[in-house]
Design a protein around this ligand. Sequence first.
Ligand code: SAM
Ligand code: SF4
Length: 334
Amino acid sequence: MYELSLTLSLQMTTNSLSDTFGRAHNYLRISLTDACNLRCLYCMPDEKVISTPAPKLMQADEIEGIARVFQSLGVNKIRLTGGEPLVRKDAADIMKRLSNLPVELTISTNAVLVDRFIDCFKQSGIKSVNVSLDTLNAEEFFAITRRGDFKRIMENIDLLLAHQFKVKVNMVVMKGINENSVIDFVKWTRDNPLDIRFIEFMPFAGNAWERDKVFSYAEMLELISRDFEIVKLEDSHHDTAKKYQVSGYSGTFAFITTITEPFCGTCNRLRLTADGKMKNCLFSSTETDLLKPWRAGEDIIPLILSSVKDKKQERGGRFDFENIENRSMIRIGG
Ligand code: SAM
Ligand code: SF4
């Protein structure tokens, strides 16, 4: 009996995508595009950014084929991201193709176009949608995203809830820009079954990150605790978020503490950029091109395994955030 349970637990903690630190990777985030219909200043810093031409992006059949290879190696969860995944013309086709794989399929979106995809989400088996929203104030929203779709996004969040999707709302908290909205988001969870995630502002190419602009987990917790009686909820093993709830409220809130309390020890994530480069960490300085060998008909499994084995213990091996060299977030896929 003991031997059986030991074997089972070992099977659950290792797979073909285990790295040298014993972390098994079962979660793949696939970016569909580096184009977007918003211009969030922490993500797409350059207003006139030129997105990658379509032929250089993975095509729908290539995404499906490469995703199948990852699935055969142990991936059982795929998140579609971007850029804004829903601006891609064949987004619905890609979702339907991936829905044939035995994986949990999810998506991160800014929700501008969500009303056009409700049926597609359902047909593709998507049950949970992550929405980016950094303020509940229309003017502040315009200042952050440099676009004016606030009302439509709010309506689309209601629509998702009305259709019984699980909705997580991601807010990037930046000191001096939107930290006061944290309280509005906590109030929003009173009558709505939303999971809000407050994300510490992270550095990426060109986003003018400074340590002083990070509104830390400790500061957020202190701010919220002044006004609300909160309880700590249990976090699951691979959770990147530290979960809380105001006593008696419908929704929850959580903190993603990449800067002040990194959670790399339980990381189970791998990334694929829209142009087919594998990144073993959000902050990795190296990438592995999978698309070119895939198009040449080569076996990409050795490349994937080698990238996993090269994964560094923490934050891509980089601790000097002030001088970070990386793609901008929009070109990685958050
Ligand atoms: N367009 C979709 C969206 O906005 O949800 C998907 C792509 S977006 C790059 C994915 C996530 O990355 C979003 O939740 C966004 O808030 C987060 N993100 C982007 N830049 C960030 C930064 N500098 N620090 C922390 N999170 C960031
Ligand atoms: Fe677009 Fe999402 Fe980046 Fe905002 S965070 S610019 S919505 S990709």
